[in-house]
Design a protein. Structure first.
Length: 127
């Protein structure tokens, strides 16, 4: 099966989460003091795959081409062969995050690899 994704979507996008340590809708007097000191929130900044890449990743899993590891950024595994943007993925290959896939495609193009250079040993697939 052949799949395609716009290369402009092989990127990470900012992922900012804000958590409040006080009740912002109806703060108590103590909480108002915390807000005035600007100590009422925690901001977590990171990155995540572009939403289009996430849709592709989910679709590949839904169709049985990959096994997604939700708690591992580059832990997805290819279960059956497919091509993405003309590049082959074979069973046992790692299916990387968006930015790593972008770099993988650049390496394949430059050095003429047919499949991904990140391959998992058979013993690792049984975990």
């Amino acid at each position: 099966m052949d799949f395609f994704i716009d290369p402009n979507h092989l990127i990470e996008v900012p992922d900012v989460q804000v958590y409040y340590t006080v009740n912002m809708e109806n703060p108590s007097n103590e909480e108002l003091l915390i807000i005035l000191k600007n100590e009422h929130r925690i901001v977590s900044q990171g990155s995540k795959d572009h939403p289009e890449f996430t849709r592709l990743r989910d679709r590949l899993e839904e169709l049985g081409y990959t096994k997604t590891e939700r708690n591992s950024y580059n832990g997805d595994r290819v279960l059956k062969p497919f091509t993405l943007n003309g590049y082959k993925f074979e069973a046992g290959d790692a299916f990387l995050c968006a930015s790593a896939t972008f770099m993988d495609f650049k390496v394949r193009k430059k050095f003429g690899y047919d499949t991904t250079i990140t391959r998992v040993k058979d013993s690792d697939n049984n975990r």
